[in-house]
Design a protein around this ligand. Structure first.
Ligand code: PLP
Length: 359
């Protein structure tokens, strides 16, 4: 069976070494030494000022929304994982969908200004598949209209734009370290900001609002993560350079193997050091996509429709039209792509695709 993703596991002995330390200290969670070490190493590796390791990427989004005190309408993308929209709804904000760029698949900055009203408080955009948003234009629009910016950077671990981490754009960026993501801690995520003031707030918010054992700064939630999860991150991080290298090779192998096929691939924005997080292909019709998926499934190969349906179709929201996202969400399929995928597997997948849509 070949799945769309497969979690990377480090050598077991390395994880066991960390477990020995946990057993000696009996400090299992609540900002233990491994959590602190992972936060420091991630800050160094990513080149960011403040980073908070939290229990998942969804709580990271929710704390970001709270920390920025967002209210009313938030402009966001319909082409993302459901957590991008559901976090807004959960925090009592109203998602306003703006359509996406057909080549980059991120929020289209040319359409943002038209959607801004007097009760718009922010922009929440996703760096889709690790391909970054038009951060410079979004930044400028936000400044001009006095809006906050959150980037859902769940796919963008390690991505750089003009030689700086993409996490340095916006007021806050959030990461997911879920097992299926390119860097993972089984479950986990992070909140990144360059603002000392926001960092101070976030540090209280992710720990129930505690200010010492018996005093409270304000309302908070349990956003902490454990020593066991931090240990996984500490094992995976030193491998990340190798992970990137092998993903880049396999990504290029895929592109070559699909050369004669009438498929559109993701256009990576200029000046980006990409992380090869996913391998999406864009079919010319939904029929082709469904036919290919059927052929692959019959061969025990399981691609995924990331992201389908387009989030403007969520049943708990009033419908807002975003035709490009709706059309693309019907035509995009993420092919199996992970750190251990082999050339033989890619040959098998691509030849099945060729047989299906060339005949
Ligand atoms: C995975 C993902 C999330 C949610 O992260 P979790 O760690 O699973 O909670 C949010 N946004 C996007 C774009 C994602 O891919």
């Amino acid at each position: 069976m070949i799945n769309v993703t497969k979690a990377y596991l480090p050598p077991l002995e390395e994880y066991i070494e960390y477990l020995k330390g946990i057993w000696e200290r009996v400090h299992l969670t609540n900002h233990g030494p491994l959590v602190i070490e992972l936060e420091q190493r991630l800050k160094d590796y990513l080149g960011v000022k403040h980073l908070f390791f939290v229990n998942n990427g969804t709580i990271a989004l929710q704390i970001a929304i709270k920390a920025l005190d967002l209210k009313g309408k938030v402009i966001t993308t319909p082409f993302s994982y459901v957590a991008t929209t559901s976090s807004l709804v959960w925090e009592n904000c109203e998602p306003i969908f703006v359509d996406i760029e057909p080549d980059y698949l991120c929020l289209n900055p040319d359409l943002i200004e038209h959607a801004i009203t007097s009760d718009t408080s922010a922009i929440l955009a996703t760096h889709v598949y690790g391909n970054l948003c038009d951060v410079e234009v979004i930044e400028e629009i936000a400044r001009r209209n006095n809006l906050k910016v959150i980037y859902d950077a769940a796919h963008a671990f390690g991505v750089k734009y003009k030689n700086t981490s993409v996490l340095n754009f916006g007021d806050i960026s959030t990461l997911s370290f879920h097992a299926t993501k390119i860097f993972h801690t089984v479950e986990g995520g992070a909140i990144v900001t360059n603002s000392d003031e926001l960092a101070d707030k976030i540090s209280y918010m992710r720990n129930f609002g505690h200010n010492g054992q018996e005093a409270f700064w304000g309302v908070g939630i349990n956003g902490k993560n454990s020593e066991f999860h931090a240990a996984m991150g500490l094992c995976v991080l030193p491998q990340f350079a190798n992970i990137l290298r092998s993903r880049k090779d396999m990504y290029e192998y895929y592109i070559n193997a699909l050369q004669e096929v009438n498929l559109k691939l993701l256009t990576i924005r200029n000046n980006t050091d990409y992380n090869y997080a996913y391998f999406p292909v864009i079919f010319s019709s939904e029929e082709d996509l469904l036919q290919v998926r059927k052929t692959l499934n019959e061969a025990n190969i399981f691609p995924r429709r990331y992201f389908y349906p387009s989030l403007n179709n969520l049943p708990y929201l009033t419908y807002q039209a975003t035709p490009i996202a709706e059309e693309l969400s019907k035509k995009v399929l993420c092919l199996p792509f992970h750190t251990e995928i082999t050339m033989e597997e890619i040959n098998q997948i691509t030849s099945l695709i060729k047989k299906t849509i060339l005949c």
